[in-house]
Design a binder for this molecule. Structure first.
Ligand SMILES: [Zn+2]
Length: 557
């Protein structure tokens, strides 16, 4: 276009407007690689490097390209490379800078810059400039008016001159032409200045402010394509110049489209090893905790405080052990050993018992030791004495149960056998006060001997407390116990059930059968054995009787 001799805009109707044509040309020259290599900006592409196409090397001034490397977790990390000159001249690359910190810093800068407050301030300044522009407009309008007056005057002079006086007429015509040219120039200037001063109307201002409010959400939305984000960036930023300093820090010089500059200095990004190294303060804390705790306890303490390792994971016994091994920290056990504590084998040899006995004594609190791992391994304090028999006996029981009696001791005090005490316990006649360390029962020493009635009631099914046995029924009616047994066998009297010893129980008011009934029943049984019916016990629910032998109880049956 610079080589064109003549340009007459809108001379004839075109396929597109002149303004649209100019916009298309600008987009083409900004994005097409065919327009030369040395463009200041490249087209926005799909990759995740935010500054792709607008980043310039601060050392040599060439545009930097984008390269990617893939991490172990398959995330792609972009980096900005200045290597074109190196490739062309077979030299080392100029510089390469990872984009991670830079992209984040530029995103934050843009979101901070494009706040509603900043835009309101900018619009207030614009409004002031518009007020100044209105004053300037008055001056420019006066200038146009003066040019108009001068042209009018020159025109009148020319028209008033005698045409015979050709020289004068020629001069006046030239003067009129000059005045008309000046008037056209003044009108052009006025129109141009007026266009340039056009201020935003209220609707436009509201739209700009709404955009500023929506901008961070749009920018940070993962659904926004990277290409659109880069196009947004290009509306705000012309280019970014990156320079790596000797200490590894990166200097980013950002040129905004408005012409302002901003410089960011970013510290050297951490290497992978540095990122995943456990913090020195954590190592120091672990070192202190190892004096008093094994690994499992330390892992619990660190996790409860929310302290993590270099990879951001919770501590376990395994990773703590590996960490301490790598950092040369001695374990809790080796610290206790160097403080003179004894292994189970050493203290067993000292006290002349087996290691199993040492373990039992430690569980009962007869000797003291320190746990060194989560599996119950212990080290023992040196100089401990062998516990005496009384101590060992006392230690078998839980604290506060030393005054209680065992079943054997209670049996001796009540004058019965230990198995009777066991049966009384099952019948609920004596109550257990506590349970010893090995599961044996302990009883109160003031336990009374249960009365005969209590024992009888406990042995019988519920609701049969005043029932009588077969022996008692026989004595009442002056017959033998076998006769009562026969009556029961023949179904002539009904049993209420059996007591704990298996004896049948009968109603106290049970009537004896008449001799006629007995004969009939015997005849029926003799002639039809299949008709014999032994009545089932009445009102005895399943599982409520305890057929327990009762030695030691006087039987009246
Ligand atoms: Zn370079």
């Amino acid at each position: 276009m610079t080589d064109w001799i003549v340009l007459i805009r809108d001379h004839h109707p075109g396929y597109l407007t002149w303004a649209q044509y100019e916009r298309n040309q600008a987009v083409l020259s900004a994005t097409a690689a065919s327009r030369g290599e040395d463009r200041t900006a490249g087209p926005a592409r799909e990759g995740c490097a935010l500054l792709q196409g607008v980043v310039i090397c601060g050392r040599c001034g060439r545009r930097m390209s984008v390269g990617y490397h893939t991490l172990a977790d398959r995330t792609r990390v972009p980096a900005y490379h200045c290597q074109r000159a190196g490739i062309q001249n077979a030299r080392p690359a100029c510089q390469a800078i990872t984009s991670a910190g830079i992209d984040a810093a530029i995103s934050a800068l843009i979101c901070d810059t494009l706040t509603p407050l900043a835009l309101q301030t900018a619009m207030a300044v614009t409004a002031e400039l518009a007020a100044d522009a209105r004053k300037a407009d008055t001056v420019r309008a006066a200038h146009v008016q003066r040019a108009q007056n001068a042209a009018d005057t020159a025109g009148r002079r020319y028209l008033a001159v005698d045409p015979a006086n050709r020289l004068v007429a020629g001069n006046l015509e030239a003067d009129w032409n000059t005045r008309l040219r000046e008037l056209a120039q003044a009108r052009d200037d006025y129109a141009r200045a007026r266009d340039a001063d056009a201020a935003l109307d209220e609707q436009q201002q509201a739209r700009v402010l709404a955009l500023a409010e929506d901008f961070p959400a749009l920018w940070n939305d993962p659904a926004t394509p990277m290409r659109e984000r880069k196009r947004l960036l290009r509306l705000l930023i012309t280019d970014v110049t990156l320079t790596r300093a000797d200490d590894g820090a990166t200097r980013c010089q950002i040129r905004f489209t408005g012409g302002q500059h901003h410089t960011l200095t970013l510290p050297r990004p951490l290497t992978a090893a540095e990122q995943h190294t456990t913090a020195p303060a954590t190592i120091e804390l672990i070192d202190q905790l190892l004096n008093d705790h094994p690994f499992d306890k330390i892992a619990t303490i660190l996790n409860s405080r929310g302290i993590t390792g270099g990879w951001g994971r919770a501590f376990t016994v395994q990773n703590l052990a590996a960490l301490c091994h790598a950092r040369g920290l001695s374990t809790h056990a080796s610290r206790l050993r160097s403080a003179g504590m004894l292994t189970v084998g050493e203290i067993a040899a000292d006290l002349k018992v087996t290691p199993q006995t040492i373990g039992r004594w430690r569980r009962r609190g007869l000797i003291t030791g320190r746990r060194t791992d989560g599996r119950g391994e212990c080290l023992f304090h040196p100089g401990q004495q062998r516990p005496g028999p009384a101590e060992q006996t006392a230690a078998r029981r839980p604290a506060g149960t030393q005054h209680l009696l065992t079943s054997r001791q209670l049996a001796a005090s009540l004058g019965v056998t230990a198995s009777t005490i066991l049966r009384w316990t099952q019948l609920g006649l004596v109550t257990i006060a506590a349970t010893g360390n090995h599961g044996f029962n302990l009883y109160q020493p003031s336990q009374p001997h249960p009365t005969r009635d209590q024992i009888t009631a406990a042995c019988r099914p519920p609701g049969t407390a005043d029932a009588i046995t077969g022996g008692q029924l026989a004595a009442r009616h002056g017959v033998s116990r076998s006769a009562v047994y026969k009556w029961h066998q023949l179904g002539l009297i009904r049993s209420l059930g059996t007591d704990g010893t298996g004896r049948n129980l009968y109603l106290p008011g049970q009537r004896p059968p008449s001799p006629e009934q007995i004969r009939t029943a015997r005849a029926a049984r003799h002639h039809g054995p299949g008709n014999c019916q032994t009545p089932m016990p009445l009102s005895v629910p399943q599982g409520t009787t305890h057929p327990i032998a009762t030695p030691g109880i006087g039987s009246s049956a």
